[in-house]
Design a protein around this ligand. Structure first.
Ligand SMILES: [Zn+2]
Length: 65
């Protein structure tokens, strides 16, 4: 008879290391003239529109295409 002591289990409580991180609510975009409110999940100080993800603004000129 073999008695096993201390079987090793890989048990990790998830989310113990990094708690959900949120950012202060009610922040306003830092871009000049923009009053957009910034999501608490947005770690930047600018609204999504000013982060440069999508910039649909083309001034006058057509670039390439
Ligand atoms: Zn903005």
């Amino acid at each position: 008879m073999a008695t096993r002591m201390g079987s090793i289990r890989a048990e990790r409580p998830h989310g113990s290391a990094s708690p959900n991180r949120r950012y202060p609510d009610g922040r306003i975009c830092s871009a000049p003239g923009c009053d957009a409110r910034i999501s608490i999940y947005n770690r930047n100080d600018r609204c999504w529109a000013h982060l440069g993800l999508k910039v649909p603004r083309l001034r006058g000129r057509k670039i390439g295409s």
